[in-house]
Design a binder for this molecule. Structure first.
Ligand SMILES: [Mn+2]
Length: 309
């Protein structure tokens, strides 16, 4: 059970946390302590995925504690700014800061510190905070930030990747003693991409985000694969899982992006109002599936879908 201390400030990433959500929380809490704010603690609001587990083990970092309820807490949000994607009862918390690289969908009755940059990962933004303040990064924190950049940019393959992400990653790799970023990045992705032993529902929800498009509830999950053999076998099962989720939670549309890192493209499995996908991407969906030359949910899938809603 988590010990709640009222004077503490919790740094949390989004639900269904990915490596950026966890590592940017860990690093930002470290950064705050390094600049003299003692009471800042990294937390998570979901389970650690296999890729993040690999990172935490590799750099000997402790897993952040689980925050189940935000009521009356003081929070810093990293890697998200939408309440739908945040910890339970977020509307009853006091939000102090947000550091993020996603589209902004946030209203708040008080002025707060909101740092938003169109970069490949929140971890890039946080690494820049260390550089700006001339605070030396420890090897473990540099490794965590580097891992998150490689994860979010899909080892610099995603359209979200910027020159700044590469520069920052190179600096971090030197500190973390990672000689070959490409090799290390693919290793990370392999840790995440195995579907073995996971149920369809676990696969779908492993990196799943809720969106509110013009008051329509839309869920978009994403998995990354290095080869398509397992997906070929389990496609039907995954579509059934999506359908079940749609009915259970009343989504207008549920999508699973199956992103092949090596081929740099994605298959979208979709259930619900499929016409929205066809309209957004100008391609017909056959048997709940369509192939697109996209890799980024945030930059290449969410904006065209939001426009058609
Ligand atoms: Mn991110």
């Amino acid at each position: 059970m988590m010990v709640i201390r009222m004077n503490e400030v919790y740094v949390t990433g989004h639900k269904n946390p990915d490596t950026d959500a966890i590592c940017s929380a860990i690093a930002y809490a470290d950064f705050k302590r390094r600049i003299g704010e003692e009471n800042v603690v990294a937390v998570r609001c979901g389970d650690i995925n296999p890729e993040t587990r690999y990172v935490l083990d590799k750099f000997s970092l402790p897993e952040p504690e689980f925050l189940s309820d935000a009521t009356d807490r003081r929070l810093i949000l990293v890697d998200h700014n939408e309440f739908d994607q945040s910890v339970k009862n977020i509307e009853k918390a006091q939000i102090l800061e947000i550091l993020d690289h996603h589209k902004i969908n946030f209203r708040y009755p008080e002025p707060i510190y909101f740092l938003s940059k169109p970069l490949g990962s929140t971890s890039t933004i946080i690494a820049e905070r260390y550089f700006e303040k001339k605070i030396d990064l420890e090897r473990d924190i540099a490794g965590a930030l580097l891992s998150a950049i490689l994860s979010d940019t899909v080892v610099f393959r995603s359209k979200t990747t910027t020159e700044r992400d590469r520069e920052v990653a190179e600096k971090l790799a030197r500190i973390a003693d990672i000689g070959n970023m490409e090799e290390f990045g693919i290793e990370l992705k392999k840790a995440k991409s195995s579907l073995k032993g996971l149920t369809a529902s676990e696969i779908i929800l492993s990196d799943f985000k809720d969106f509110n498009f013009n008051r329509n509830r839309v869920g978009i999950g994403q998995i990354e694969i290095v080869d398509s053999e397992e997906i070929e076998r389990r496609r039907r099962e995954l579509i059934n899982g999506l359908e079940e989720l749609r009915r259970e939670k009343g989504y207008k549309l549920v999508v699973l992006m199956v992103t092949n890192i090596m081929e740099r493209s994605s298959e979208l499995l979709a259930v619900g109002d499929i016409s929205k996908i066809e309209k957004a991407f100008g391609k017909s969906v056959k048997e709940n599936s369509v192939y697109l030359n996209v890799m980024s949910r945030k930059k290449e899938v969410v904006p065209p879908l939001e426009r058609v809603f």
